[in-house]
Structures are given as C-alpha cells and as structure tokens.
Design a protein around this ligand. Structure first.
Ligand SMILES: NC(=O)c1ccc[n+]([C@@H]2O[C@H](COP(=O)([O-])OP(=O)(O)OC[C@H]3O[C@@H](n4cnc5c(N)ncnc54)[C@H](OP(=O)(O)O)[C@@H]3O)[C@@H](O)[C@H]2O)c1
Length: 243
C-alpha cells in the first residue's frame, strides 16, 4: 500500500517501536496520530515532529478505548490505517501461585485491547477506499520464551486472530497486516526479557525499514529478521477449512 498522505493512528507511540514508527511515518508525509499513556513523552514527540497529533489514553480501559475511537474518527475522518502496537511483557514464574490481576493486565493490553480497537475502527475503515489494520505480534508467538509465558500466549493468539480477521475482511477495503518483530532493543519488559546481548537485537532503523517495506509491498504476514526463524509452522490447512 502507498505510505504517503495516509492518516495513521498508532498505539504505544511513546517509546520503542511505536515511537520510531510514528516518527518515520510522519517523515514520509503521513498524518500520524500518536497514542500513549505518558503526556510528557507525547508532548516531546509532538515538539520534535511538527504536525504529529497526540492522544493520551490507557488501552486497558474499555471506556478509554471507546473514547479514543470516537475522538479519532471525529477529528480525523480520513483515518485509514490503525496500528495496534502497544504491548507489555512480564516475567511469570509458573512454579509459583499466579497473581490473576497481573496476568489480566497482560491479557488485556496485548490481546483484548487490539481486538476491541479493531472492532471499534472497522466500520470507519471500511468507509475508506484503502485501509489497513496492522497488528504487532512477535516471533515469540511461534516459539515461546518460557520466562514470559503469558506474553507469548497473547502473541500466539494475536497471530491466530489476525489470520481470521484478514480472512473475514477479505472482501472489504480493509487489509489486515501482522508485523512479527524479532528482538529489538526497546523498553519492552524493561529489558529483562532477553539476555541483553546486543548482537541478538535487530537495530531499530533496520527493523523500521523492514516494517515500512512490508506495508508498502502488501506483505500481510511479515516475519522480520530472526522472527522468520522462530516461525516454525505455516497455516497450510487454513484455506482448506476456510473456503
Ligand atoms: N522489542 C522487541 O524485541 C519486540 C519483539 C517482538 C514484539 N514486540 C512488540 O512490539 C510492540 C512495541 O513494543 P516495544 O518493544 O516498542 O516496547 P516498549 O518500548 O515498552 O513500548 C511499548 C509501548 O506500549 C505502550 N503501552 C503499554 N501499555 C499500555 C497501555 N495500557 N495503554 C497505552 N499504551 C500502553 C507503552 O507506553 P508506556 O510508556 O506508557 O508504558 C509504550 O509506548 C509490542 O506489541 C511488543 O510486544 C517487541
């Protein structure tokens, strides 16, 4: 898809992948709406990129998700790309009793929120001649890192969901992308997730280049860098059970 003069909303744009993607998409001549929970970081992003719009909100809150969708579609009627990028990753020790509230936060942030946001925007997106929902999963959706088991499960679920969402929307103007990142150096899991060995991390600029390329070339399921190696299984049966 063409990636200039689009109107693009991105969640989790206050740090890491979302922050860099927002900046790049803005540089490319798109109207970017950057969403996040940290007003100071949103203000900084807006100051560094004149013309970027910002929106403060917590995607774990159902009412705030609704308010975001209402606000964005009212103020930006040309909105045609929604990037579900916000996410968290928590270590969970499965040999110990589980704190359900902690698990729920991860489930809601990584799974319920992007599913709900897709539903909140889908009618508006279908009214655009070209539109996209972009879900950010992970290479860990395919091969889990056992120390972050709930995270991996949510990302596996987002992969499955994206396949179904893409199929159900196949006859509409809405294309569904899944970006499958490898390890990239960000604040995710406060960097306690990987062993922090720098050579395991894909440089952010290279990663953002690959994301832009995937979107521009209509690569709907884009496993980037080492994520391709983590993706062990293909959904060959999908077309058989979904004629
Ligand atoms: N980095 C990697 O190696 C990697 C690998 C595979 C997949 N991913 C995926 O890439 C996406 C971006 O992660 P990242 O690596 O860039 O991590 P990050 O630097 O920690 O950024 C995560 C973003 O999500 C936002 N966020 C978290 N909870 C939120 C909430 N309840 N409401 C609104 N915003 C919220 C954060 O905002 P706050 O600053 O307010 O917390 C932040 O802007 C995630 O979906 C992640 O799973 C990353």
């Amino acid at each position: 898809m063409n990636l200039t003069q689009q109107t693009i909303l991105i969640t989790g744009a206050t740090s890491g992948i979302g922050l860099h993607l927002a900046g790049r998409l803005h540089q490319m001549g798109n109207q970017v709406i950057a969403c996040g929970r940290n007003q100071q970081q949103l203000d900084q992003l807006a100051a560094e990129h004149a013309g970027i719009s910002t929106y403060l909100g917590d995607i774990t809150d159902e009412q705030q998700r609704q308010e975001l969708a209402d606000w964005a579609t009212t103020h930006y009627p040309t909105l045609n790309i929604v990037i579900n990028n916000a996410g968290i990753m928590q270590q969970v020790d499965l040999t110990q009793p589980i704190d359900p509230a902690k698990v729920m936060t991860e489930l809601v942030t990584n799974l319920l929120a992007p599913i709900h946001l897709g539903g909140l925007f889908v009618k508006h997106l279908q009214e655009q001649s070209v539109a996209a929902l972009v879900n950010v999963s992970s290479g860990l959706a395919f091969t889990p890192l056992a120390s972050v088991p709930v995270y991996c499960a949510t990302k596996a679920a987002m992969h499955s969901f994206s396949v179904s969402q893409r199929h159900q929307l196949r006859d509409t103007s809405v294309r569904v992308f899944e970006i499958i990142p490898p390890a990239v150096g960000t604040n995710l899991g406060h960097q306690d997730n990987y062993d922090n060995s720098k050579d395991q991390l894909m440089p952010m600029d290279d990663f953002i280049n690959a994301v832009i390329d995937a979107l521009q070339t209509d690569t709907y399921e884009a496993a980037i860098g080492a994520a391709e190696y983590l993706r062990q299984q293909r959904d060959a049966v999908f077309s058989q059970i979904n004629p």
